[in-house]
Each structure stands twice: as C-alpha cells, then as structure tokens.
Design a protein around this ligand. Structure first.
Ligand code: NAX
Ligand code: K
Length: 491
C-alpha cells in the first residue's frame, strides 16, 4: 500500500497496447480482456442493475463496449447498444467485436430515448482516440447521457475528456466511475477531468506491469497512504532546534488572520519554533490566539534582519498585501540565505517583476496566481495543468505547487506528482495560508523542497478530507484542519 501510482500519457499507453497485443498474439484478445474487465466492473459496482445501455463509438473504445454488451447479454441482462449514424465500427478488432455481439443476438439502436430505461449506462463512445470536440450528434448524445442523470461507467476515459491534458473538449460525459486499461491516464488525475471521471479504477488486463516501465510514466499520483514514506518518527533525543525555525511574514492591515493561520499550521505540522513578522496591531491578538508563536511587530523591512538570519525557512505572502509595506518585506527576503515558501500576495509581487529564484524555493499559486505568473489566462492554466506547472518551473527555476483539484507539484528535473486528496470544501479563504505553513514546517524539519511540497500538499489535502468526513464540506474552515494535520503528521 504505497499510495503511489504511475501516470502515463496516451503515447505510452498506445505503445504498451501494441506490446501487450504482441505478447498475447492478437489485438482482439486484449480487447476481449478489456470488455470482460468492464463487465466485471459493472457486476462489482452495480450488482442489482438489470437494464444496460452501452453507447458505442466507431473506434476500439466502442469495441470494448460491444464485448461488454455481449457478456451482459450472455448473463441474461436486457442490454441495448446505442450508436450514432456514421459511427459504424472502423478497424478490424472493433468490427469483429460488433459482429460477435450481433451474432449473439444483440441489437443496436440509435434512439437516445432508450437511455431513460437503463439502470446503468456504459460510455464507450470515445477513449484515447478522441481527436476533437464531439460535435453535432455526438455532442447531443453526451448531453443526453448527462441529462439522464443515471449511473455511468466510462470505459478508459469519459468521452469528451482529453486523457492527456485533462481538459474537456466542448462537452464530456459525467461518469460515476471510470475504468482505465493497462495504466492510469495522467490527464484524468487533475483539473476539469475530476468533474467527469468519478471514482477511478484500473484494469491491468492480466498483463504484467513490465509492459509499462515506470520510466515511461510522465507523472505520479500520491494518495494519503504515501504520507508514511515522507514522515519518519522523531528520535527520542530530539530537541526543538532540530525541528527547525520557521519565520512567517505577512498580515498587513485587515489581513492578520492569514499569517496567524500560516503560523498555526506550521506549529501543528511540527516546526520547532515559529516566528511571525506582522503589523504591530496584530501582535496582541496573535499572541492571545496562538501563544506558542513568537509574534514580532514589523513596521519596516529594516527590523527584519535578525529574525531572517535566525530562520531555517521563511513563509512569505499570507495577507502580505502589495503596498509598500509588503513589497519592501518581500524584497528583503527574496535574496536572502533562508529558503522561501512564496504564497498569495508575494506571488503577485513576483508576477509583477518575474525573476529566476533559488531552485529550492517553493511557489504555491492557485490557478489565478499561476496565470499572472505566466502572463496568461486562468482558462489556459486549467486547460493543461501539468503543462502550466512545468512552465512555471521553467520560468522561475524552482518548485511549484499548482493548487486546485488534483494539485500538481513540479520541480526542475523531477517527474511531477499529482495529489489525490482534498475536496471542494477546501475552496475557502485561508486554506492556502495553512498549506504555506505546512510546507514551511516540513522544509524546516529537513525535507528537501520537492518532498516538502509534495508531502505538504498531500498532508493538507488529507487533513481537509478528514475534516470534511467529520462535519461535511460546506462550512469547512482552514483552522478545522489543525487537529487532523497533527494526527496525519504522525503516521
Ligand atoms: N490503450 C490500451 O491499452 C487499450 C485500449 N483499448 C481501447 O481502445 C481505445 C482507443 O481506441 P481508438 O484508437 O480506436 O480510439 P477511440 O475508440 O477512442 O476513438 C477513435 C475513433 O473515433 C473517431 N473520433 C475521434 N474524435 C471524434 C469526434 N470528436 N467526433 C467523431 N468521431 C471522432 C476517430 O476518427 C476514430 O474513428 C481505448 O480508449 C480503449 O478503450 C482496449 O481495447 C484495450 C487496451
Ligand atoms: K469512453
């Protein structure tokens, strides 16, 4: 149970398919395995389902659908294949799969109204062969599937989602579950795709995993089980100095809560000492709420030198603002010796004057901040989150945590990691300030910048999930993460 899953692009999956077919002696054997695995998936997750509608497209994805439909028929289920005019199967194996289904007595219809009679819909319209946005009849069919609000099993990918980038080409099926074949798709792990895939499952089709060497993976997904690999128990003899000293800088007028949340998160993640440099007005409230933090009134950048020199890591940005106060503090820190975690307004200051940073700096932008850092639009960032994270690494020369559903962590020369934790309840002000504190604390405890970023994003997402399990997603507060953070930081 490592909690790590290699992720592949379409090109790697296609070559694995060719190798697997060679190993099995025939491409059709592979398709039969895929269709059978899909039928078993229906049986496992919808054991009561009787009526099946299988929407088949013209390619091998549709071929998998026909194989599944044949098994369902043989098992005595009323099954109907829906196919659009012009979507007759192309290619030997898809043609053969359709023929075998028909020879077994299976019928094929074109009427989307049949959807209403289904217990489960199987989406075998398009898989990794999707070339463009579904248009005309295909787009209408996708909308009809979604409007029917029935449980949908998508084969390989929800039709309309580009399995490489994760973006939706026009319209896409919203599935309850997606069964991927041979290897997991990188694009289905992040961003828009997560609105469409539902639960993700992998069928390896009885092929040894050497068919997809880990070296061909373009990313790696991490779930909460991977935390144990990052977080070691402390030695019996450890002292607070070994757990590192974090300096949190931020909290301009009206924004004192942000830096308080950051400091609280750093303490709950195990930082040995936490200093806070903030506006004088916030110091009493900060000390009252969090006596473990050492709060310092900081009215000008000149006063920062001593704290800066003592820090092992600096977290800068939460509530910093972009006025003279914040910009001077940021300027004093950005060329210093202590590694930085840069968030929020500090990212906006950086976007205004882009520069290469130390390679062990961690940037934690949300998609809007990422767009500013790249001088592009949020839509472009979200259209290919892996590419956006890579572009940020390239431009700023450091570690990047691109937040949002399926957080992407990238670093120069490292394979990106995609975080499989977190929930929509975490879309609330202050959540990012907590993440910044978590990453800074891990860094201060000796994790390198990339591991601290990966482990921090995972810890943060898993703590959010634990908090949501306790009290629901709506109304979840950043400070609700503190108790689960502490629990999860001690696996
Ligand atoms: N890669 C693998 O390891 C395996 C793949 N298999 C299946 O094979 C699939 C890939 O098969 P294909 O390469 O045939 O691709 P698809 O079945 O995904 O679709 C390609 C077909 O759809 C057409 N098409 C693409 N976009 C369209 C659009 N917007 N509107 C109308 N027509 C469009 C193409 O011209 C082509 O005829 C996988 O997704 C999977 O379901 C399985 O059979 C076995 C294992
Ligand atoms: K599909």
């Amino acid at each position: 149970m490592s909690g790590r899953l290699p992720l592949f692009d379409n090109a790697a999956l296609r070559s694995a398919e060719t190798r697997a077919a060679t190993r099995l002696g025939d491409n059709f054997v592979l398709m039969q395995r895929a269709g059978l695995a899909a039928w078993h998936c229906v049986l496992a997750h919808w054991p009561q389902a009787q009526r099946l509608v299988v929407v088949c497209g013209p390619g091998n994805n549709g071929g998998d659908g026909h194989v599944l439909a044949r098994h369902a028929r043989e098992a005595g289920r009323p099954v109907r294949v829906l196919r659009l005019p012009g979507h007759e199967p192309r290619g030997d194996v898809a043609i053969r799969a359709e023929r075998e289904y028909r020879e077994a007595g299976g019928g094929i219809g074109t009427f989307a109204g049949a959807l209403g009679e289904a217990d489960v819909v199987v989406d075998a319209l398009f898989g990794i062969g999707l070339k463009r946005a579904p248009d005309g009849g295909a787009a209408a069919l996708v909308s009809a599937i979604n409007d029917a609000a029935l449980p949908v099993l998508a084969l390989d990918a929800p039709s309309g989602v580009d399995a490489d980038s994760g973006c939706v080409l026009g319209v896409a099926v919203r599935a309850m579950r997606t069964l991927q074949f041979l290897g997991a798709h990188a694009g289905l792990a992040t961003g828009q795709a997560l609105e469409h895939v539902g639960a993700r499952e992998l069928a390896t089709l009885g092929i040894d995993d050497d068919i997809l060497p880990p070296g061909e993976a373009i990313a790696e997904a991490l779930d909460a089980r991977a935390l144990a690999g990052f977080l070691r128990p402390r030695g019996r003899n450890s002292h607070k100095g070994e757990s590192g000293r974090v300096l949190c800088v931020g909290g301009d007028h009206g924004k004192g809560g942000a830096v308080l949340l950051c400091a609280g998160a750093a303490l709950r993640t195990g930082a040995g000492l936490v200093d806070v440099a903030t506006r004088a007005a916030h110091v009493p409230a900060l000390l009252a709420r969090r006596p473990e933090a050492m709060a310092h009134a900081m009215e000008s950048a000149r006063e920062l030198a001593g704290l800066h020199a003592a820090a092992d890591v600096v977290a800068v940005g939460p509530g910093l603002g972009q006025d003279a106060w914040g910009s001077e503090l940021f300027a004093a820190l950005v060329d210093g010796d202590a590694p930085l975690v840069i968030d929020a307004d500090a990212l906006n200051l950086l976007a205004a004057a882009p520069r290469t940073l130390r390679v062990d700096t961690v940037l934690t932008p949300h998609p809007g901040e990422a767009a500013r850092l790249l001088s592009t639009s949020t839509v472009d960032v979200q259209g290919d989150r892996r590419a956006a994270a890579a572009a940020l690494c390239e431009r700023y020369g450091c570690v990047v945590v691109l937040k949002g559903a399926g957080t992407v962590v990238a670093a120069p020369g490292r394979r990106p990691r995609i975080i499989d934790a977190g929930n929509p309840g975490m879309a609330v002000g202050g959540m990012g300030d907590v993440l910044t504190g978590v990453i800074a604390a891990l860094r201060a405890q000796g994790l390198d910048a990339f591991d601290a970023a990966c482990c921090g994003a995972l810890l943060h997402g898993a703590a959010g999930d634990a908090a949501a399990r306790d009290g629901g997603e709506r109304g979840l507060l950043p400070s609700d993460l503190f108790a689960p953070l502490r629990r999860l930081a001690n696996p």
